[in-house]
Write a protein that binds this ligand. Structure first.
Ligand SMILES: [Zn+2]
Length: 461
């Protein structure tokens, strides 16, 4: 809430970076936060999670969540711990996914802090988790689901509705009516042509668009990701190797499993090829898929079969067995940017062997092991030791969950001439500068790049 006649926006994260999404909207009636994400990636970014943010969480009236990725929802337990008491609005699939993701995040943080204390590699003594499962328990009662396209009133002059954006299951843009103007928060924008998710829903107009720009400087190309996946898998099989696909267990993993099943059904890869999904959350994620069938393209029996042909491993001790199983296999394991999780165990043992391959399917943020691998670094530091990366590194950009430059322009272009200003968030500087110029040149809309913590006046009343 502010006492002036201004509507202001302040990005407390995801400003000139792709992580830590938190966008604070202040109106004379309300203080709202759109997304409440953790900073992930390099240490200097992660350390920001410990810093104070420029707003007292107790002063924020409500939180609106665009989707369940950790860089958009992972700060919620800490926000509640620091005094937030409002409601957290999200779509029904996002609520289901965020619950799993936040408990998993708490568990990982507690485990990391324990490991740091045991091995003595933290400069904090003792190392503490940002939050634990009890903090997540306190956040859960604040969750409030809002169905797709249903207008929800927050105050006399502020209401919003969700429009799906094709990024992950349940992901949506926020279309906010605010004192007679429309402000759209894009969230992460997905793909128009996916075999798994429905395309972004149309949004006819907006005055101001707060928009992600992850791939603002890049085109994914138009080769069919299914062909590329078949090619990668068959090459690895030929040399009797293992294919590691780093991916979060919820959402993207189900999409990959669906594609692998399709290739098996079409006899483009051997139907006997073992596929392992190494994650304690995988079975829950499949149930969520079955529960929200109007958010994706899979029929009920396809949802069920996504996991039928996959060996799901919940037990960390089994990971070593999977590693030593001879013969070609596919292993899907988190985290997607190799920042932590069980995938590191697979890398340690399988990456030094050139017959194996690592397939990168998602965005690899600056400073992550995933980015270093993509850049061709010959070794990576994992759990304190240097591991040679001799396995092949493959990339299928067509499987990305993020729109490329042309899809971003298509999404923005649908709102036509109504848009007066675009504010770019969630992108690295080079992608943002390229995309801002492209927007001005092709759509003739002024585009501004948000700077962290800088307060911008969106309009005066
Ligand atoms: Zn995302």
């Amino acid at each position: 809430m502010n006492d002036s006649n201004r509507i202001t926006l302040q990005s407390l994260g995801a400003a000139q970076t792709v992580t830590g999404s938190k966008h604070l909207l202040c109106t004379p009636e309300l203080t709202l936060l759109v997304d409440c994400g953790l900073f992930q990636g390099i240490k200097t970014l992660r350390e920001k999670n410990w810093e104070d943010i420029p707003v007292n969480p107790a002063d924020v009236n409500a939180l609106i969540l665009t989707h369940a990725h950790l860089d958009h929802c992972g700060y919620i337990p800490l926000f509640v711990k620091r005094g937030f008491r409002g409601k957290i609005y999200m779509t029904p699939p996002t609520a289901d996914l965020a619950e799993i993701i936040l408990y998993d995040s708490a568990k990982i943080q507690v485990e990391d802090a324990e490991r740091a204390n045991r091995m003595g590699f933290s400069k904090h003594k003792p190392a503490l988790p940002l939050y634990d499962e009890k903090d997540v328990d306190k956040a859960m009662p604040l969750f409030e689901t809002v169905e797709h396209s249903v207008e929800y009133r927050l105050s006399p002059n502020v209401s919003f509705h969700f429009r799906k954006n094709g990024h992950i299951l349940g992901a949506a843009s926020v279309v906010m009516s605010c004192h007679g103007k429309t402000i759209v928060f894009s969230g992460d924008i997905g793909r128009y042509e996916s075999r798994f998710l429905l395309p972004p829903s149309s949004i006819s107009e907006a005055d101001i668009v707060v928009m992600e720009s992850t791939y603002g400087d890049r085109l994914h190309g138009d080769s069919d990701p299914l062909d590329e996946l078949a090619d990668v898998i068959n090459r690895v099989i030929k040399r009797q190797g293992s294919l590691i696909i780093p991916s979060f267990a919820v959402g993207r993993a189900q999409e990959i499993m669906h594609l692998v099943n399709t290739l098996k059904a079409d006899q483009r890869i051997p139907s006997t090829l073992p596929v392992y999904l190494d994650s304690p959350m995988a079975a829950d994620a499949t149930q969520i898929l079955c529960r929200h069938t109007h958010w994706h393209k899979l029929k009920h029996d396809e949802c069920m079969s996504v996991c039928n042909d996959v060996v799901i491993n919940r037990d960390f001790r089994q990971t070593k067995k999977i590693i030593s199983t001879p013969g070609p296999k596919i292993i899907i394991s988190a985290s997607g940017m190799l920042t932590g999780g069980r995938v590191l165990e697979y890398l340690k043992h399988l990456a030094p062997d050139p017959k194996n391959a690592i397939l990168l399917i998602g965005y690899q943020a600056e400073g992550t092991r995933g980015r270093r691998l993509k850049n061709g670094e010959p070794e990576l530091k994992i759990h304190g030791q240097f591991v040679p990366m001799k396995a092949g590194v493959e990339e299928i950009s067509g499987l990305s969950g993020h729109a490329d430059q042309s899809e971003l322009l298509q999404w923005l272009g649908q709102m036509g001439q109504s848009v007066q200003k675009v504010i770019l968030v969630h992108g690295e500087t080079q992608a943002q500068e390229t995309f801002a110029a492209k927007i001005e040149q092709e759509l003739h809309i002024p585009a501004q790049i948000a700077k962290e913590d800088e307060e911008m006046t969106l309009f005066n009343l």
